[in-house]
Design a binder for this molecule. Sequence first.
Ligand SMILES: C[S@@+](CC[C@H](N)C(=O)[O-])C[C@H]1O[C@@H](n2cnc3c(N)ncnc32)[C@H](O)[C@@H]1O
Length: 274
Amino acid sequence: MAAEILAGWEMVATESNQRWNPDEYDRTARFVSDLGADALALLDPSPGERILDLGCGDGVLTERIIRVGARVVALDSSAEQVTAARGRGVDARVGDAASLEFQNEFDAVFSNAVLHWIRDVDAVLAGVHRTLRSGGRFVAEFGGAGNIETVRLALVAALNRRGFDGQALDPWYFPGAAEYSDRLEAHGFVVESAELFDRPTRLTGDMLDWLALFGQRFFAALNEGDRPTAVAEVCDAVRAGLQRADGTWMVDYVRLRVKALKADDGAIATKHHA
Ligand SMILES: C[S@@+](CC[C@H](N)C(=O)[O-])C[C@H]1O[C@@H](n2cnc3c(N)ncnc32)[C@H](O)[C@@H]1O
């Protein structure tokens, strides 16, 4: 299956060369939304609140916010994912998290497993800040420093061996808690919590499928015919570190979970006069 996916990739002209296919996402990455439950608990949505789900994917996690009675707008850059989310009745729109156009209109912005895919962190945070009403909250979980390090290094090495700059093809931004807190504060947020933690994650499928879904940016640089060998090589490289005796894969995920508030106008005024 992974070989078919690899052979079928279109060379999409996006910054990340990353295509999100809802069927593949459901088959290979359902753990992503399932494991978003704790971030959702931190969001603690209330009935009637207006919430923006940034990078909603296929809308499975979004539905859980809606079920509480919150009024949710969902945004994702993948038209395919947006179609899947709409199929679940979600008010989903195609859009880029790095160029948000909302103004002071949401009680909360929520994001699960998205922000490590976006290099322009400042554009995202400026947009989230604009989007929130005064006193609104931003709750996000995504890959933090050290995330999937075993796989990331194997991918970079495989591309380097083929004459590419593997590091330059790395699409991910995995910050530490202090670094990201500084970025949040620079954009006018008050950081309530920023927690970096290990979350070893058992894959439901094979490493080949995981690589085909999440490693597209690296393999898209190769000729179609070279991709299956390169993917197999990366699998072999990470096997000793990540595959268990029973054949299942346990990937070295690390998450950063943050909650930050857009200071209300009164608090900003107080701070300036302190
Ligand atoms: C791993 S999925 C997470 C989806 C969902 N939040 C969940 O928990 O299942 C990452 C999603 O981020 C979206 N994404 C990536 N870059 C984006 C951007 N710049 N703007 C909006 N969405 C983006 C992708 O299209 C994809 O659906």
